[in-house]
Ligand binder design. Structure first.
Ligand code: SF4
Length: 498
């Protein structure tokens, strides 16, 4: 059988900012470009094309994206720079200074076509005088329902994996139908569109066959998955299918909306050991007046009932949540209500945002502003309260033998316990690493910041699926992350809310 290798189109570099959802999109793009014959550039300064995949739902994220483009322009004056993702969508068709083109969130599929047409004119291609060719962005965001969302997995171009990588994110849907008054995401990402289950399962199978043992399901509103499909589908049904596979060891759910956590999901969390006993459920607040002003459901009593039910039905559940402090109108009483919920030890991991007025959101028009110094004080107080909880929990775990997943990361070996999601919940710092990826047993010895310390007590069982000798991934373009914006653990996860 002959394999045709596409002719080299040029050298490309892909930079990604923002959340795990962006990371997955960037990986998908990189595989597709590699499959189309784009070579990787060791450094952006050597690239003919630089794609900057951006975040844009907070002012700080947009500033970071602008600075990244400016920095790349300085290091690669003749490169063709494409800005893609939320910042491009926010700009509504304008090309930011320093870039050559912009592709909104519904237009990622057009990147190969855009680059082909530019490549036909030769790279390095454009001087500053030729820049400014805006690529129009549809005002409706991400297009019609039931059509596959843009920028998704294409089975012919599998996503890149690092050697020894055991964990991978898997997107189940795009966009959001809710209307939280502080949030720009529905404007940037459009209405919720579920991916077709067949397509998600094919991508998941492909990852598992290549050695992934932890699948982390993500989207803007994971629990809404399947609501727009006919026949309807649901997150628990999708999860049930994946945990039935031998190769899946851990399955993790991120960005569950509290209004979407139903009895079926709770039963699954309680009964399915592969579900990690972990749930990421951003609550944003715990006081009725603020939840109402935010446009969030359920209200205060419904939220506490849900928390009680989860604790009662799912023993050992690790809950992660995020809160916003300083929302307009938040009183001391509101804040105390939220702080009490944290002090009671209801959560294993907490991230905290300070509310910021995003021009295009309804909350930006609210007048009863909380002074920034007060908001910052509340943020610190909430984090301190959570830190005390984590300290108690960490001490209680000393001596406990736990399963840890060890895998290679760009910074070396890293270990995590089932109650720790990648990138945000800290990890387990081991006294030694066995020099290979896999699942091992470790004994907890203490806590260091948001991490736990532990000693390795066995060499684990062999990974369930081994890569073929010599496996080197998919010939993808490397996806460079800009300085890690994911602030570790109990600080705010700056780009992920739900
Ligand atoms: S905060 Fe989450 S649920 Fe609310 S509108 Fe934004 S993405 Fe949707």
């Amino acid at each position: 059988m002959s394999v045709s290798i596409p002719a080299t189109r040029g050298r490309a570099s892909l930079e990604v900012l923002g959340c795990a959802k962006n990371q997955v999109e960037a990986e998908t793009l990189s595989s597709r470009l590699a499959g189309l014959g784009w070579e990787l550039a060791a450094e952006p300064s050597e690239a003919d094309v630089i794609v900057v995949h951006t975040c844009g739902f907070l002012e700080s994220a947009r500033l970071e994206a602008s600075e990244a483009v400016a920095r790349l322009r300085r290091s690669a004056p003749r490169a063709f720079i494409v800005v893609s993702g939320c910042f491009a969508q926010f700009l509504g068709g304008k090309v930011p200074p320093g870039a050559d083109a912009a592709l909104g969130t519904g237009e990622l599929d057009r990147l190969p076509e855009l680059l082909e047409s530019r490549a036909a004119r030769g790279f390095p291609c454009l001087g500053p005088e030729a820049r400014g060719a805006a690529v129009p962005i549809p005002s409706s965001g991400v297009g019609r329902r039931r059509s596959p969302p843009s920028g998704y997995h294409d089975a012919s171009f599998p996503r890149p994996l690092r050697m020894g990588q055991l964990s991978a994110y898997l997107r189940v849907s795009e966009g959001c139908d809710r209307r939280c008054t502080f949030c720009l995401i529905p404007q940037l990402r459009g209405k919720m569109k579920s991916r077709f289950p067949k397509e998600i399962l094919a991508e998941a199978r492909g990852l598992v066959e290549r050695g992934v043992e932890e699948l982390v399901l993500i989207s803007q509103d994971t629990t809404a998955f399947g609501d727009d499909l006919r026949p309807r589908m649901s997150l628990p049904r999708l999860a049930e299918e994946m945990v039935s596979w031998d190769g899946v060891r851990w399955l993790r759910l991120l960005y569950a909306h509290p209004a979407g956590v139903d009895e079926r999901l709770i039963r699954l969390l309680a009964g399915e050991r592969k579900l990690c006993g972990y749930l990421d459920m951003p609550l944003q607040h715990l006081s009725d007046p603020v939840l109402k002003a935010m446009g969030r459901t359920p209200g205060e009593s419904g939220t506490f009932r849900l928390l009680d039910r989860l604790r009662e039905k799912v023993p050992g559940l690790a809950l992660r949540t995020t809160f916003i402090v300083g929302f307009p109108g938040e009183t001391d009483r509101d804040f105390r209500r939220m702080a009490r919920g944290v002090e009671e030890g209801r959560f294993e991991h907490v991230g905290v945002f300070v509310w910021s007025p995003e021009d295009r959101t309804p909350s930006a028009r609210l007048r009863a502003r909380v002074p920034p110094a007060v908001a910052e004080e509340r943020r610190r107080a909430l984090l301190d309260a959570q830190s005390a909880v984590m300290d108690r929990r960490g001490r209680a775990r000393i001596g406990e033998a736990v399963e840890v997943m060890i895998e290679s990361s760009p910074r070396g070996w890293a270990a995590r316990a089932p109650w720790q999601a990648p990138e945000v919940d800290g990890g387990v710092l081991l006294d030694r690493y066995p020099g290979r990826s896999g699942f091992f047993t470790a004994r907890i010895t203490g806590r260091k910041g948001i991490d736990l310390t532990a000693e390795l007590v066995d060499h684990g069982d062999a990974p369930r699926l081994r890569r073929k000798p010599g496996f080197r991934g998919t010939g993808m373009l490397p996806v460079h992350r800009f300085p890690d914006r994911v602030m570790h653990g109990q600080d705010a996860r700056a780009t992920s809310i739900s």
